[in-house]
Design a protein around this ligand. Sequence first.
Ligand code: NDP
Ligand code: GDP
Length: 337
Amino acid sequence: MGERSSGRRALITGITGQDGSYLAEFLLQQGYEVHGMVRRSSTESSERIAHIQEKLHLHQADLLDQGSLIELVRSAQPREIYNLAAQSFVPTSWAQPGLTGEFTGLGVTRMLEAVRLVDPGIRFYQASSSEMFGRTRETPQNEATPFHPRSPYGVAKAYGHHITVNYRESFGIFAASGILFNHESPRRGREFVTRKISEGVARIKLGLQSELRHGNLDSKRDWGYAPEYVRAMWLMLQQEKPADFVVGSGTHHTPREFAELAFAELNLDPADFLTHDPALLRPAEVDTLLADPSRAQKQLGWRAETGLAELVRIMVHADLEAQERISGRRRRGAGAR
Ligand code: NDP
Ligand code: GDP
């Protein structure tokens, strides 16, 4: 554990997730003392932060438990809180709608209550989502586009967004909501379509898997590269006034295009391996998402840098290396027996 510094101190909920791990790296580089919330588990879930863990101050708490959140904020004494923790996978939100509402929706209120009660001067970032736009009312989507969420996840995020705005308006808390479009990386959860494809393609190349099962490949998503997106979160909390920002690339593509690029990267023909599985279709789909990030560009000076082809390349090669390492270890392990 690092020493306490008198300088800038931030608390990240969801620090073990994709964005939390990149944000922790970014804030450490900026000279922050970084605190993170982790939930109690019988096994470690700190794979993504293992390389920086000794520089972090980790605290156990849970979004379901108000007392633990108040105690967390009291003991970490942050100047900035980044509320990234959530049940973040859309299909799980139909299987566990109540839990998703608790974590992803009410969890935001509990964090805001902790801020209000312990120190209303703390600056608060809420991880809102383009899934709130759902069945989109206009294209592209900006901060004023009405919400029409299409999943319990999207509904819970819309609640989290509105309660963040409400605490800003009711209590004058510096609360900013970042409406982030999909952002991916080699640390993306394995069940999301981009990572499922990059890992699947790598495993197919190595003969570890024979097919890639998929649902609807014709939706459109505005995909960017996660390490760039966490900088936008930080920029939002450095502004004079709190506001909401749409963060995305302003371009969109289909999972089919992502898959075609990924297979081509390893000289494979997608037609040989893609298998449609109706069980992976969703009860309601978000057909098309496209960001209008003009406000973020103008006010934050932020823009997405990494295009789709580069993103696919980064993810496929990271997964290929990881799978080679894993199968090499297995082979060596089997040889030693
Ligand atoms: P991940 O799913 O990778 O990470 C979620 C984090 O939340 C994990 O650290 C998880 O901990 C933690 N968590 C979940 N439930 C609880 C709980 N009850 N108490 C404490 N911690 C909990 O998400 P991402 O990093 O991809 O996304 C970060 C945030 O941004 C999420 O809120 C997501 O919904 C939102 N978002 C993400 C987008 C994207 O494209 N990635 C787009 C728009 C919004 P554990 O490791 O223990 O599971
Ligand atoms: P989401 O935008 O947060 O739901 O991110 P996902 O990566 O989970 O899904 C993006 C799109 O890919 C959605 O339109 C899904 O329906 C589509 N998709 C197609 N096949 C799959 C699959 O096998 N897994 C996932 N997760 N999504 C899939």
